[in-house]
Design a protein around this ligand. Structure first.
Ligand code: ADP
Ligand code: MG
Length: 261
């Protein structure tokens, strides 16, 4: 496998829901490569196929035509090489933070000593060490999402797939979790596909922002985020950030509606 081979590849991926008169094209001929260690964010109007695209990579939905490859292998179902984080935390309410994080490791057949060690590491990484024995219902939204992130990280997936993971959180918590995600990424450089409806978040996190348009869902534009890592408040408040943000905003809110108007 060449070093330049993309981690995730969409090749003319089309997804049609239903058939006959009720057929609906959620994604049309999407071509997209995500490099190893790259953070790609996906934005676009509601219904433009963001979640569909991610579910296809996750192996939770089949393509209608085209191919989706992860590590050069066609996706035909979920696997431990891909970790998925949804907006709704999807924690097991009857399990403690620690047991939630250990869950996927248990499925992998890891013994309890290793499991505990690994879980402890990732729980620490997301700042939940003091809450390892707490049940999800006692945690705030931000803490639950950090637990979900620790759980996804613990199984050590090559690719993290995040579908509006911070969407339900308040602005301050969001910003903290964005920084925490980048901080974790800087240590292991995992490949991340991150869906958001927040243009600022899309720019702040990414190497590249993919803008999708709706009806049918399709690629509108890919915008390079030519800002250095590590990202910080200074970058967030910079002129250049604002310029890139405005370009993304224009692509999402002006250009995509021009074409559907
Ligand atoms: P986004 O995440 O960008 O808001 P989705 O990928 O969830 O968009 O959905 C894209 C389009 O496909 C939407 O119009 C949605 O109604 C439709 N869709 C999604 N899932 C299904 C499904 N299981 N059956 C029928 N239509 C669906
Ligand atoms: Mg969605």
């Amino acid at each position: 496998m060449a070093a330049t081979e993309p981690k995730v590849r969409f090749e003319k991926v089309t997804k049609v829901f239903g058939d006959g008169e009720s057929a609906f094209t959620a994604l049309q001929a999407l071509d997209l490569d995500i490099g190893d260690g790259e953070i790609v964010t996906v934005v676009g109007p509601s219904g433009c196929g963001k979640s569909t695209a991610m579910n296809i990579v996750a192996g939770l939905q089949d393509v209608t035509s085209g191919r989706c490859l992860v590590n050069g292998v066609e996706v035909h179902g979920p696997g431990p090489d891909r970790g998925v984080i949804f907006q709704q935390y999807a924690l097991f309410p009857w399990l403690t933070v620690r047991k939630n994080v250990e869950f996927g490791l248990k499925l992998q057949g890891m013994n309890s000593v290793e499991r505990r060690k690994r879980a402890e590491h990732y729980i620490g990484l997301v700042g939940l060490s003091d809450f390892a024995d707490a049940l999800p219902k006692t945690l705030s939204g931000g803490m639950k999402q950090r637990c979900a992130i620790a759980r996804a990280y613990a199984v050590n997936p090559n690719v993290l797939l995040m579908d509006e993971p911070f969407g339900a959180l308040d602005a301050l918590t969001r910003v903290r979790l964005q920084d925490q995600l980048l901080e974790t990424w800087s240590r292991d450089k995992r490949t991340i596909m991150f869906i958001t409806h927040d243009v600022d978040e899309a720019v702040y996190l990414a190497h590249r922002v993919v803008v999708l348009a709706a009806r049918p869902g399709r690629l509108q534009e890919i915008i390079e985020v030519d800002l250095p890592f590590p990202r910080n408040d200074e970058i967030r408040l910079s002129q250049k950030f604002t310029e890139i943000r405005n370009r993304v905003w224009h692509a999402v809110y002006t250009r995509s509606s021009e074409q559907t108007a």
